[in-house]
Design a protein around this ligand. Structure first.
Ligand code: NAP
Ligand code: ZN
Ligand code: ZN
Length: 348
């Protein structure tokens, strides 16, 4: 059994601490990956603190994984030892339901298996995530990484990247569209880069005035401080699409007022409490509120290839694993530029 070590939450209050465990032996179609980098997603914090009520402890978080393949099962074809592989939010699914057959494994009708805090379909154990030295996964759920990208900056693409790429593609964001991104954090800064790259007129909506210069550098055509009522009023009724990545509870009303008739706001942020909505802001313009979750395996690979072609990666602050609890606290203070990534060599 591959011996593993990582950092785990033991309950919803105690800081993450070193933790030893073992993983199952890789099966025929599986690969073992030595984790090089793992991004720190706000979902890791929500999960570790049981803010969604589905935590299982001990919990090793982490679902933005880039690593080096150290072993391959006898029928694995996509990877060989020494290759770089990337793993995101899901590591298995039923594989036979209609969404799975279409490559939309994240919508698996039997429930996809999450990278951590989920029941492993193979052996019934609880999955442990990427804040650790290794991972064992079926190669169907691992991705190849385009050459010449900085691997630490690739890691966040596996969740923050695909979670923003997928809805921007689905709602056909591109030239001629005015698009807003709510929140300049891990997801938000990737949404901003993609919307800009797809050719939309992109407006960053932020509660942090001090992020304005950065937002412009990251590709925003305009920046609006969402707590400034006059600035928001100047944009009322002008947006085709808004992607809401905010991690904390908030009202949707200021953002609904920005939409054009038939405009859509898509929620990807998952605050502990649901939003409140003024129904009149919806009905008076036939606006839509939608949701979106990560992306399937083919679309995740497509997104990685797009990033390779367009040289898009995350802006990261690389930290040793020993700073993970500090990173969680800074994330809560909206003090992230714009994704923490753990250098897993610090675990030794
Ligand atoms: P993050 O890096 O901490 O960024 C969140 C940003 O939200 C903050 O930087 C802040 O940006 C903004 N924000 C915070 N409080 C706000 C408020 N009250 N009103 C408006 N904006 C506020 O978090 P993340 O990793 O990007 O994750 C964001 C959310 O997406 C989390 O809830 C996470 O669980 C969820 N998520 C969902 C999926 C999915 O598949 N749907 C996947 C991954 C993550 P400003 O300082 O610019 O205001
Ligand atoms: Zn995530
Ligand atoms: Zn399925």
């Amino acid at each position: 059994m591959p011996a593993s070590k990582g950092y785990a939450a033991s309950d919803n209050r105690t800081p993450l601490a070193p933790f030893a465990f073992s993983r199952r032996e890789p099966g025929a179609a599986e690969i073992t990956v030595e984790v090089l980098y793992c991004g720190v997603c706000h979902s890791d914090l929500h999960m570790a603190r049981n803010e969604w009520g589905n935590a299982i402890y001990p919990m090793v978080p982490g679902h933005e994984i880039v690593g080096r393949v150290t072993a391959v099962g006898k029928s694995a074809k996509k990877f060989k030892a020494g290759d770089i592989a990337a793993i995101g939010v899901i590591v298995d699914s039923c594989r036979h339901c209609p969404p799975c057959k279409k490559g939309e494994e994240h919508f698996c009708q039997e429930g996809s298996t999450l990278t951590y805090a989920a029941k492993d379909r193979v052996d019934g154990s609880i999955t442990m995530g990427g804040y650790s030295n290794n991972y064992v996964v079926d190669e169907r759920f691992a991705h190849t990484v385009p050459a010449h990208l900085d691997l630490a900056a690739v890691a966040p693409l596996l969740c923050a990247g695909i979670t923003t790429y997928s809805p921007l593609r689905h709602w056909k964001v591109g030239p001629g569209k005015k698009v807003g991104i709510v929140g300049l954090g891990g997801l938000g800064h990737m949404g901003l880069k993609f919307a800009h790259s797809f050719g939309a007129h992109t407006v960053q909506l932020t509660t942090s005035l001090k992020k304005k210069e950065d937002a412009l550098k990251l590709g925003a055509n305009e920046v609006v401080v969402s707590t400034d009522a006059n600035a928001m009023k100047a944009h009322a009724g002008t947006f085709d699409f808004i992607l809401d990545t905010a991690s904390a509870p908030h009202s949707l009303d200021p953002y609904l007022s920005l939409l054009k008739q038939d405009g859509t706001i898509t929620l990807v942020g998952l605050p502990e409490q649901p939003p409140c909505i003024n129904m009149f802001a919806l009905i008076t313009k036939r606006a839509s509120i939608a949701g979106s979750m990560i992306g399937g395996m083919p679309e995740t690979q497509e997104m990685l290839e797009y990033c390779g072609q367009h040289k898009i990666t995350a802006d990261v602050e690389v930290i040793p694993i020993q700073k993970i609890n500090e990173a969680f606290e800074r994330m809560l203070k909206q003090d992230v530029k714009y994704r923490f990534v753990i250098d897993m060599s610090s675990l030794k």
